[in-house]
Each structure stands twice: as structure tokens, then as C-alpha cells.
Design a protein around this ligand. Structure first.
Ligand SMILES: CC(C)(COP(=O)(O)OP(=O)(O)OC[C@H]1O[C@@H](n2cnc3c(N)ncnc32)[C@H](O)[C@@H]1O)[C@@H](O)C(=O)NCCC(=O)NCCS
Ligand SMILES: Nc1ncnc2c1ncn2[C@@H]1O[C@H](COP(=O)(O)OP(=O)(O)OP(=O)(O)O)[C@@H](O)[C@H]1O
Length: 204
């Protein structure tokens, strides 16, 4: 059986990636949510909790990883962030591979990966979709979130590949600067186009 077409879905903070991923899911495309996998493995009894406690003593409790505490420790300290990534990323990669095997026979699957360009992985997918909106729209969305500050937003942006570069490297860009209906129409049209490319791959 042919492996599904693997689509990497990415975009900078607040660009609407989660919303667009939900649109793919609603259209019947299986979506692997890297962030959700990380949260599950960092949650109560999660597989990564002991290793994270060992590397960052005091960063976990009975509810698993205290993400706000760990975030404050690692964002702003590249060496610590790299140490955390060395624990988290191989585990996510293993879950991703299991997901593909589970969906052999499906025409396509989406990997929702916030840091696809930042952390490598763009070469491990067949197509890259970048979700994007004007910078001012992104800014308004992000600053409206509870607990977000100008400083935190600026710092996260610094850690992320700029939107312009992501757009340039994408196979497809989904614009979320318009309304949800237009974005959904774009998602449906793209699924049809990618489905055609899958059929072509299967042709003898
Ligand atoms: C440090 C943690 C616990 C902080 O969690 P918290 O809920 O406070 O923040 P959240 O995950 O929402 O991240 C906030 C912003 O920072 C960005 N970000 C997260 N991890 C990283 C990273 N390794 N490098 C650059 N940016 C990052 C996110 O994309 C987001 O835009 C968490 O981000 C984490 O475990 N990160 C390491 C694992 C990782 O790389 N995850 C990304 C998906 S695989
Ligand atoms: N056309 C659109 N497409 C997508 N999202 C939209 C659109 N119009 C408005 N929005 C809103 O923008 C916000 C985007 O948030 P979302 O959580 O999807 O972003 P994200 O890129 O996943 O963010 P993060 O990387 O921070 O997790 C949502 O509140 C969503 O309702």
C-alpha cells in the first residue's frame, strides 16, 4: 500500500494554523498535532515527565510538566532550550511515524508542526503548507491572548523563521487574513488539488 501524501502544515504564532488544521480534520484528512502530542507526553503520568524532571529539577509536579515554569526557564536560554528539545523531539518523531503507519491507505495526512522550518523536518514531508496573515492581524490576535505581553511576543517572533521566508519556502500558502469562509474554501480546494497529485503518484 502506498504511504499517504504527507503534508506539513506550519505558520508563525497566531497565523491561524490550529484553525486551518481543524478545517482539514473536518474535511476528513487525518491530522497529527505535534503540540498536542507534546502536551500529552508532558501531562500527568506522561512519558517525558521523568526525563524533564531530571534535566530541569522542580519543573514538574503531580500534573506533569509545569509548562509556564519550564517555558520561563528555557525561552531566553538557548542551551537549556536545546536540552529540552533533545528530550522532546525524538519522542515526537516516533509518534509521527506511528501515525503514518496507522493511516496507510489514506490519500493524505497532515502534520501540524508549528516549528517545521525552525527545527528541520521540511524535507521529511512531501508538501509544505504555510498559514499566513498580515503582520498586523497576527499581532492583534496574539496580543489578545491572556498572559501575552509585547515582550513575550517579540521574543517568540525572534525564535521563529520570519513569515516572509516561510511563505517563500512553501509549496502552498493559505491566507487567513480574510474571513473563515474564504479560508475554508481555500482548504477544500487545496485538498482536491493534493488528492489529484496522490492519484497521479499511484498511476502505473
Ligand atoms: C517550553 C514549553 C514547555 C512551554 O510551553 P508553553 O505552553 O508555555 O508555550 P507554547 O508551547 O505555547 O510556546 C509558545 C510559543 O513558543 C514557540 N516555541 C515552543 N517551543 C519552541 C522551540 N523549541 N523553539 C522555538 N519556539 C518555540 C511556540 O511555537 C509558540 O509560538 C513548550 O513550548 C515545550 O515543551 N517546548 C519544547 C518542545 C517543542 O519544541 N515544541 C514545539 C512543537 S514539537
Ligand atoms: N480566516 C481565518 N483563518 C484562520 N483563523 C482566523 C481567520 N479569521 C480569524 N481567525 C482567528 O484567528 C485566530 C488564530 O488562532 P490559531 O490558534 O488558529 O492560530 P495558531 O497559528 O495556531 O497560533 P499558535 O501558533 O500561537 O498556536 C483564531 O482566534 C481564529 O478564529
Amino acid at each position: 500500500m502506498t504511504r499517504p501524501l504527507i503534508i506539513g502544515l506550519t505558520g508563525s504564532i497566531g497565523m491561524g494554523k490550529s484553525t486551518v488544521a481543524a478545517m482539514f480534520e473536518a474535511a476528513g484528512v487525518p491530522v497529527f498535532d505535534a503540540d498536542a502530542e507534546v502536551r500529552a507526553m508532558q501531562g500527568p503520568g506522561g512519558a517525558l515527565v521523568p526525563a524533564i524532571e531530571k534535566a530541569f529539577p522542580g519543573s514538574t509536579d503531580e500534573n506533569g510538566v509545569a509548562r509556564d515554569k519550564l517555558g520561563a526557564l528555557v525561552f531566553g536560554d538557548p542551551e537549556k532550550l536545546a536540552r529540552l528539545e533533545a528530550i522532546v523531539h525524538p519522542a515526537v518523531a516516533a509518534r509521527r511515524e506511528a501515525f503514518v503507519i496507522e493511516h496507510v491507505g489514506a490519500p493524505m495526512v497532515v502534520f501540524d508542526i508549528p516549528l517545521l522550518f525552525e527545527k528541520g523536518g521540511a524535507e521529511a514531508v512531501d508538501k509544505v503548507i504555510v498559514v499566513s496573515a498580515p503582520a498586523e492581524t497576527q499581532r492583534m490576535r496574539v496580543l489578545a491572548r491572556p498572559g501575552m505581553t509585547e515582550e513575550k511576543f517579540a521574543h517568540i517572533l525572534e525564535l521563529q523563521v520570519p513569515d516572509s521566508q516561510k511563505r517563500a519556502r512553501a509549496d502552498h500558502v493559505i491566507d487567513t487574513g480574510t474571513n473563515l469562509e474564504k479560508t475554508e474554501d481555500a482548504v477544500i480546494a487545496l485538498i482536491a488539488e493534493l488528492g489529484d497529485s496522490y492519484s497521479a503518484r499511484q498511476a502505473p
